[in-house]
Design a protein around this ligand. Structure first.
Ligand code: FMN
Length: 174
C-alpha cells in the first residue's frame, strides 16, 4: 500500500530546551529515537525502531536537500539542514537538524545521528519555506524523479554561487 502522505495543515511545536534525537544504521533505518522524537512524530518506539527515516518524510521537502544530506554524511562530514517533517497523523513540524556520522574505534562509519532543535521562525518563514517551494516546483516540473532532483540541486548550487557562499556558510549565517 502506498504511504499516506496527506497533511492536516496543523503545525506541532516543541520547546526551545528540547532536542529531538534519532540514530540510524548505514541505510537510514532508525536504531534509536528519544521521547521528544516519538511525541512529535506521533509514533510509538515499536513503530519507529527499524523503520526507514523517511517514515517522517513530509511531501513538501525537496529531494535535493536529502541528496545533499546523504552525500555529505556518507563523505564523513556533518551537515545542518532545515527540515519540515510529517507526524503520523499528518501534522507537520519544522526543525533545524544537525546530522553527523558515528564512527567505530577504527574510524569506520557505523551509523548516523541527528539532533534537532527549534528553528528560528523568521528564517523558516522568510527564507527556507520560499526556497523549498521553489526547489519542489522545479522537481515537479520533471516527469523523471532523478532529472527533477538534478535540476533542483542545480538551482540550489546556482543560488549559492550568486551569493558567493558555500552551503554551510549559507545555512549557518541566516
Ligand atoms: C541521521 C539521519 C536523520 C534523518 N532525518 C530525517 C528527517 O528528520 N526527516 C526526513 O524526512 N528524512 C530524514 N533523513 C533522510 C531520510 O533517510 C530520507 O533520505 C528522506 O526522508 C527522503 O526519503 P525518500 O528518498 O524515500 O524520499 C535522515 C537521515 C539520516 C541518516
Amino acid at each position: 500500500m502506498a504511504k499516506d502522505t496527506t497533511l492536516t495543515g496543523v503545525e506541532r511545536t516543541f520547546d526551545d530546551d528540547e532536542i529531538i534525537v534519532s540514530k540510524t544504521d548505514l541505510k537510514g533505518h532508525l536504531t534509536y529515537a528519544n521521547n521528544v522524537f516519538l511525541r512529535l512524530a506521533d509514533m510509538t518506539e515499536k513503530e519507529a525502531l527499524g523503520a526507514p527515516h523517511s517514515v517522517i518524510r513530509n511531501p513538501n521537502m525537496p529531494r535535493a536537500v536529502f541528496k545533499l544530506l546523504w552525500d555529505t554524511i556518507q563523505e564523513g562530514k556533518e551537515i545542518f539542514a532545515y527540515v519540515v517533517n510529517r507526524s503520523k497523523n499528518g501534522d507537520h513540524y519544522w526543525v533545524l537538524a544537525h546530522v553527523t556520522p558515528s564512527y567505530d574505534g577504527s574510524g569506520n562509519i557505523v551509523g548516523y545521528h541527528s539532533n534537532r532543535r527549534v528553528p528560528d521562525r523568521r528564517i523558516v518563514d522568510d527564507i527556507i519555506s520560499p526556497l523549498y517551494k521553489d526547489l519542489l516546483a522545479e522537481e515537479n516540473k520533471h516527469a523523471n524523479r532523478k532529472e527533477g532532483m538534478d535540476a533542483s540541486v542545480n538551482m540550489l548550487v546556482n543560488l549559492l554561487k550568486e551569493k558567493g557562499v558555500g552551503y554551510d556558510e549559507f545555512i549557518l549565517t541566516l
